[in-house]
Design a protein around this ligand. Sequence first.
Ligand code: NAD
Length: 266
Amino acid sequence: MTPPGSVVVTGAASGIGRAIAQRLAADGYPVAAVDLHVEQLEAVVADLRAAGGRVVAVAGDVRDRDCHRRARAAATELAPLWGWVGCAGITRLHDLTDLDEADAREVVDINQLGLLWGSAEAVDEWTTAGRPGVLLVISSVHAGHAAERHPVYEMTKAAAEALVRSVAVTYGPRGIRAVAVAPGAVDTPALRASMQSAADPAAAQHRLEGFSPAERLARPEEIAAVVAFLLSDQAGYISGTAIPVDGGWTAVLARESQDAEARRRS
Ligand SMILES: NC(=O)c1ccc[n+]([C@@H]2O[C@H](COP(=O)([O-])OP(=O)(O)OC[C@H]3O[C@@H](n4cnc5c(N)ncnc54)[C@H](O)[C@@H]3O)[C@@H](O)[C@H]2O)c1
């Protein structure tokens, strides 16, 4: 397959974004890889180039609109822009009764406004050039489902899916698709750090694995594979929706036993 153009991937230095950049570069897409953590980003980009990828690093903060302008310029220099993957995101856990204002603003600024600025840049590029394109957003099972201590995160992920619908409806007639990918628990440095901060990290991991009938965490590559499909023409009629990649987690009404070992024996 000859890729139809370049792709911007935000949050490309770690976890899911890194796996997406790796997969798309391996598929032959020219990639503009964006991240705040410059050293980590440059190491990822160096690896991808060594493997033959056409990848450039764009060091920047998605809260800053200029970061997205630079990403757009870097991607279009490689090839006409085909895709924009908004993956950079963070989680900070609070209940409404112990909200930390600085944390709440940071989550909204990165997960929600960072996505808005990037989406605006991508749509402007496609409409100005009169070209089709695909906007992909890494949402979460939390967009449509609630868990304790996640109100701010859940608000931002629901907003991300609302943005996807808006772009799909407004710009669909110009050949622009927009899709959210909603992962369950994915084995990334961010998730590992949150499990490590639990009183009993092994129990926290076991509990998270047991939420989905798959009884394991997703691998970042499994999210990247769905992103690669959604960018392709095979997904040409998918737009304005969210695709869960959660091992069946959101299908669960109840499970007979919370004990994975007992379930395996039964
Ligand atoms: N890991 C999971 O279980 C999981 C599940 C559902 C959704 N997600 C979503 O997937 C995305 C990636 O999560 P991850 O687990 O791979 O996290 P991660 O921390 O491993 O990677 C996130 C990357 O985003 C970058 N980033 C953070 N803030 C940034 C900013 N302001 N500007 C530029 N880059 C920034 C970080 O430097 C990091 O490289 C997030 O949007 C997250 O909400 C993760």
